[in-house]
Design a protein. Structure first.
Length: 501
């Protein structure tokens, strides 16, 4: 038990006390540490002006470097981690880091407000072993907005930076027997400092009447949730923090789940994949990609890299948003969730978890432990679609995931998950019934289109009209047919996966 949070800030060990547990990292950096290179733009994790780097010990003895949004990262989630801001990139001789030098050479800055965020996102990319492609750079920068320079010179800098002299142990590909990065002595030393900084056992951080509990085991978490039924669970905080930054709401007591190893675990076996509720979205999506590569575009369009590295799959599922990106795909995959209260556990089909927004099947003292995705069956075809106003960093107007288990041409089973067309994520049961037992052909696709169009009564809001949503469901079923028709698969005049929707 301890009252001060401990972390490394730009290489210096600091103890944080006397601040509310709902203090954001951005507020701490700017107001308490006067590290004003990190900017506040949107206060909701959308613009990237506040991007900093968090480092944690990695399996190779070095560090896992990843960007986060400081504006929506609450301080208790950083205990035992290393945080690096743009100020840390200054070289000992006062020179520019290669990331900064590349931006200068490529004329990648104009007003400069967004530049520190771009620098830190590029720095996270720079710390990888392999020089980035343009596609890598586009993914890495999908959470950073620039309103005056334009993205071409910034993307050019991403590919130029690795050609400059490395100051920090980066050696490029092929530097060791595994063909990966070579971990510098400085990085190993920093990783060792973090391991020594790590605490065993439960941690409690208090300020005034507000407490943040951080249990270390699943059993301790179950006791803590039972003892503090009104406390909010805090994982990545990418949604919860908006109550602070946008609504100025007091959060009350918190229970941080990030120290529970069981909730971070991802396990695969012949039965499928088990994903701990506190596993990051990025790790969860990488695990699902092994069996379900058709979902890769869905995962890549889910928010941005900093959000996916901070947010958790369990948080997205338990948040119960009708427009959550992961739920339609998980419903189509036949996912189940495991809930726990005290020592008792139970499992539910994911679609049965959602009752009526925002109500779920969670009982008092109960929490989400893991998401269970069955193994892929032979003959399965799957596609997922997201329609939004922007390609990246946008909320879906309509999301649809369709899965057919085929025996030859016959549909053994159909599962269809929908988002944005009802008050909760839903299965399209009528459309599934229209498909079950039929041959997968144009007539079956038309029957499913008719059924799904009649099954839902979506609303009109600022993202889309009700009529658009209904028609979109129908047209996406037809698109699914065009993509999976055995007679024409891979032979379309225009590849639909190349159409931005």
């Amino acid at each position: 038990m301890a009252e001060a949070l401990r972390l490394l800030l730009n290489g210096e060990e600091v103890a944080v006390a006397g601040l509310s547990p709902q203090t954001t990292l951005l507020e701490y950096l700017r107001e308490r540490r006067r590290l004003t290179g990190t900017k506040e733009g949107c206060a909701e994790g959308d613009c990237g002006a506040c991007t900093v780097i968090v480092a944690e010990p990695a399996d190779d003895g070095g560090l896992d470097w990843h960007p986060i949004n400081a504006c929506i990262r609450l301080l208790p989630t950083l205990d035992g981690k290393a945080v690096f801001t743009v100020e840390s990139l200054r070289l000992p001789d006062g020179g520019l880091h290669p990331v900064q030098e590349a931006l200068v050479r490529e004329h990648g800055a104009q007003c400069g407000f967004c530049t520190p965020g771009f620098v830190m996102s590029l720095f996270g990319l720079y710390k990888r072993a392999v020089p980035p492609s343009r596609a890598d750079a586009e993914v890495a920068l999908s959470g950073n907005l620039c309103r005056c320079t334009g993205y071409r010179p910034i993307l050019a800098a991403a590919q130029t930076m690795t050609m400059l002299a490395p100051p920090d142990g980066w050696r490029g590909p092929g530097a060791d027997a595994a063909g990966g990065r070579q971990v510098s002595a400085e990085e190993r030393a920093l990783a060792l400092r973090l391991r020594r900084l790590a605490r065993a056992g439960d941690v409690t951080y208090r300020h005034g009447a507000q407490t943040c509990h951080a249990p270390a085991t699943l059993e301790a978490l179950a006791r803590c949730v039972a003892d503090h039924p009104d406390a909010r669970l805090l994982a990545g905080g990418t949604d919860l923090a908006l109550r602070v930054t946008k609504q100025q709401q007091p959060l009350g007591d918190l229970i941080h789940t990030g120290r529970v190893a069981e909730l971070q675990a991802i396990r695969r076996d012949d039965g499928g994949c088990s994903i701990g509720a506190a596993a990051s979205l990025e790790r969860a999506f990488a695990a699902l990609d092994v069996d379900w590569p058709e979902l890769r575009e869905t995962w890549e369009r889910f928010a941005s890299v900093p959000i996916r590295r901070a947010g958790t799959l369990g948080g997205n599922v338990a948040n119960a948003s009708p427009i959550g990106d992961s739920m339609p795909a998980l419903i189509a995959l036949g996912a189940q969730i495991e809930l726990r209260r005290g020592a008792a556990t139970r499992r539910l089909a994911l679609e049965d978890f959602y009752l009526a927004h925002p109500r779920t099947a969670l009982q008092p003292g109960e929490f989400l432990v893991r998401i269970l995705v069955p193994a892929r069956a032979a003959g399965t075809v799957l596609r997922a679609y997201k329609l939004s106003r922007r390609h990246d960093q946008d909320i879906a107007a309509v999301a649809l995931a369709l899965r057919l288990d085929l025996d030859g041409a016959r549909i053994v089973r159909a599962r269809i998950g929908c988002g944005g067309v009802a008050a909760t994520p839903r299965r399209a049961v009528a459309a599934e019934r229209a498909l079950a037992g039929r041959d997968w052909n144009q007539a079956a696709a038309q029957a499913a289109m008719d059924a799904i169009g009649a099954e839902f009564a979506p609303i009109t809001d600022h993202r889309a009209t009700a009529d658009y949503r209904r028609r979109a469901l129908e047209r996406l079923v037809w698109r699914f047919w065009l993509q999976t028709d055995p007679a024409r698969r891979g032979d379309l005049p225009l590849r639909v996966q190349d159409v931005t929707a």
